[in-house]
Design a protein around this ligand. Structure first.
Ligand code: SGN
Ligand code: CA
Length: 524
């Protein structure tokens, strides 16, 4: 026993030195940040450009143009990232579920190979985080102002603006880790820019003097879609509440409690200090008065709501972008920059007035896409754009691969490390998607589908309907070509491939058509 000691010591020291060489991982993750609200993605909002710091990450690393989620909703996206498994396998299929934290997750596996791990900010998985040396998370959706955080020791209320508090805690944790020999993995996860969009006080006047461009599809009437698009509840026109969502003027005698809205905006205002509320009212009051005087109706009113919505959304993003800047400055100043891989992503995309909507959930491009920007000094070449089809399903595998850990065979995605190195051979040619929450808030029917580099096929199985789009000729998905004989061959091939993906990912969840009588109750 004694004689084997030197060998053991040797092994231990080499393990430690290996650990010291392995890259740290900083994962910055937001809620509902659509790629087209990032300057570097070059979308229709690029001239407003709220994201100079995120853009700088992209310039120093790799931007993924075809990055997608598997199920466009918060908790499910996060559970996929934790496990590297589709929703129907990890068990977290809708926001109402509770995550089984006893299952295998990538942070637990990173710890096993010597990483220190932390999770700070929005978690939204119901049960307490597991696999972290440190965690401090928002309960549920969390609040923008003076939020509570859950910790292993109980709840604490913190004074300030959520994005700033999460950033402060992330930087503090990094400082405490500075003396450790072990590499670290930090998940810094913001609530912003989630509904109800509440910017920091310092950003309340940002964009006051400009009109934000409108999306080309702001007045889409979904004429060519399958029926679910016409029966959703996420329109800026009919479902975005003038007071509850965008803090518009309250007519005299107005009672929010009698309104059909989630009311979370009003609840958030009640959390503010007197001083905060004063600054808030000073910013919105005069604009609201002007709006009342204008007596807007019809399209003008929709346009006004859109402007208020998008400005608040982009103001929240400004806060996130500043957080990215602060984290990058810290990594630089602490001498950690060269050995740290930084990833920016968000749980899914979002409608920024596109198709007349806010929210997410659909397999249409705006909500199916996720931003993904990766800066890994010495590995990702500066200013590169990757066009392969990647998904949040690949993140767990990627983080393990970065750390030199083994990727378990039961994970369903693929490490992106070869793509980081510029190796694109033998990559996947299609992606699988499945959204499971209906009936539910925003009333988006359940659907699954396949997307290739050029085409997309979607099945709304409850209502027995299909959509097919040629993204090359119709990037905004305005013309459903499912029944066009010209595409019959392509559709047949996709139907076959879709079946193959459902088998490959072992999705045997119930996808039956609703009895016609039930369907009718959702078609008033
Ligand atoms: C809340 C929001 C919805 C949103 C869901 C899910 N309403 O219910 O608009 O779709 O969360 O969002 S709110 O007025 O209360 O904000 S998710 O990001 O958690 O999936
Ligand atoms: Ca989300």
């Amino acid at each position: 026993m004694l004689r084997s000691l030197p060998f053991f010591v040797l092994l231990l020291t080499s393990a430690i030195s290996l650990a010291a060489d392995r890259p740290n991982i900083v994962f910055i993750f937001t809620d509902d940040h659509a790629p087209h609200a990032i300057g570097a993605y070059d979308g229709w909002l690029k001239n407003v450009n709220p994201t100079p710091n995120i853009d700088s990450l992209a310039r120093q690393g790799m931007l993924f143009q075809n990055s997608f989620c598997t199920n466009s909703i918060c908790g499910p996206s996060r559970a996929v990232i934790q496990t590297g498994k589709h929703s129907h396998i990890n068990g977290f299929m809708t926001n109402g579920n509770r995550f089984d934290g006893d299952q295998q997750t990538f942070p637990k596996l990173l710890r096993k190979v010597g990483y220190r791990t932390a999770m700070i900010g929005k978690w939204h998985l119901g049960t307490d985080p597991q696999g972290f040396d440190y965690w401090r998370v928002l309960p549920g959706q969390g609040d923008y102002y003076n939020p509570f955080f859950k910790t292993p020791q109980g709840r604490v209320k913190m004074d300030g603006y959520c994005t700033d508090l999460v950033t402060d805690m992330a930087i503090n944790w990094l400082k405490e880790e500075a003396s450790s020999d072990q590499p670290f993995m930090l998940m810094c996860q913001h609530k912003a820019p989630h509904r109800t969009w509440m910017p920091a006080l310092r950003h309340l006047h940002l964009y006051d003097d400009i009109e934000i461009p409108e999306p080309a599809t702001l007045f889409d009437k979904w004429e060519d879609n399958a029926s679910p698009a016409r029966f959703q509840e996420m329109e800026i026109d009919r479902h975005l509440h003038l007071v509850g969502d965008v803090f518009g003027p309250q007519p005299s005698g107005f009672d929010i409690m009698k309104e059909k809205t989630d009311r979370s905006g009003i609840k958030n205002l009640a959390r503010m200090t007197e001083e905060q509320l004063k600054a808030w009212n000073a910013a919105y009051g005069p604009k609201n008065e002007a709006m009342l005087k204008a007596k807007l109706t019809g399209k003008d009113l929709i346009r006004w709501k859109y402007q208020r919505y998008i400005k608040n959304y982009l103001r929240c993003i400004k806060g996130v972008d500043e957080s990215v800047g602060r984290l990058m400055t810290y990594l630089h100043d602490a001498g950690l920059e060269d050995n740290t891989i930084v990833i920016y992503s968000s749980d899914q995309g979002f409608y920024l007035g596109d198709h007349g909507w806010y929210d997410k959930r659909w397999m249409y491009e705006e909500s199916f896409k996720m931003p993904l920007i990766v800066k890994w000094p010495g590995v990702t070449k500066p200013r590169t754009v990757n066009k392969q089809l990647v998904q949040n399903l690949d993140y767990a595998e990627t983080f393990l691969d970065v750390a030199g850990a083994e990727v378990p065979a039961d994970m369903q995605g693929r490490s992106l490390v070869p793509l980081f190195k510029g190796e694109t051979a033998d990559w996947r040619e299609s992606l699988y998607y499945h959204y499971h929450e209906y009936p539910s808030v925003h009333m988006v029917a359940k659907h699954f589908g396949i997307r290739t580099g050029r085409y997309k096929l979607i099945r709304f199985y409850q209502f027995d309907e299909w959509e097919f789009y040629d993204l090359k000729n119709d990037p905004e998905e305005l013309t459903n070509q499912y029944s066009n004989p010209k595409y019959a061959g392509v559709v047949a091939k996709l139907l076959d491939d879709l079946k193959g993906l459902r088998t490959q990912y072992a999705d045997d969840t119930d996808v039956s058509v609703m009895p016609v009588e039930w369907q009718k109750q959702f078609r008033p």
